[in-house]
Ligand binder design. Sequence first.
Ligand SMILES: O=C(O)CCC(=O)C(=O)O
Length: 278
Amino acid sequence: MDTATLSQHFETLEEHGYCIIENAIEQDLIEEVRETVARLETELNVQPRGNRAEGFATKRMYNLLGKDQAFWKLPIHGNVLPFPEYLLDDECILSGTTCMHIGPGEVHQGLHSDDGLVSVKRPRIPFMVTTVWAFTDFTDENGATRIVPGSHKFDHEPRKGEKIEHIAAEMKAGSVLIVNGGTWHCGGANTTKDQWRLGISVQYCQGYLRQQQNQYYSLSPDDVRAMPKRLAALCGFGLYKGIMGHVDGASPGRFLGASDVDEVAYAAMRTKNGVAES
Ligand SMILES: O=C(O)CCC(=O)C(=O)O
């Protein structure tokens, strides 16, 4: 993506709390992910979990990176990673990876903000950034993510019974929706008879925050050693600013023998830009 386009998206994100990157995903990757999801749903016998947050007609899978390496390409994708790095910083980490396959008959999930559990007064800096990847077209009818534009600037979380206008983030397969963690949004109702909406959310959070999905127990040491360095760091196997997250003075990566994320705590405290300070 060229710099001018990226800056335009950053402006939209600042103003409206979300933006949509069209044609962000290569066709090969779209097909690889669709096939992988179909195979895993069968192998793991994935069924709706039957509650409002996770859905009554939605097949969900969490911790995708430990399930298949096809998903490793998503968190570090060059068309998407600049957005969490912009809103958080480049020491942000992965909070979760979730497949949300919304089936016919699903109901409106309920508006929420993804960093709503953080007890810091709103409006505030984002503590999370959610990216929703469309692997089928997202339409008003099939459950496209609903968004309340500008709600990242609101001073409260959605209240029970509060009536508020929301729009469908309609987008073609291959697009990615970027959402500020403070923006109100949710999965939409699927009113179609036979269309499944396939989305994957890749969520990032500040490097000092507890991750929503535990990365340490969902990845094997072999996975961590085999991962690209950037991905291992995003999963939290490095140290935040050269300090946070150490095990007896070593980064979790050093502890596992993953040479790419081998760090000694306090050896170099880092600035916001990842530059070592003496
Ligand atoms: O399925 C979607 O489009 C969004 C789901 C969502 O917001 C959530 O599960 O927290």
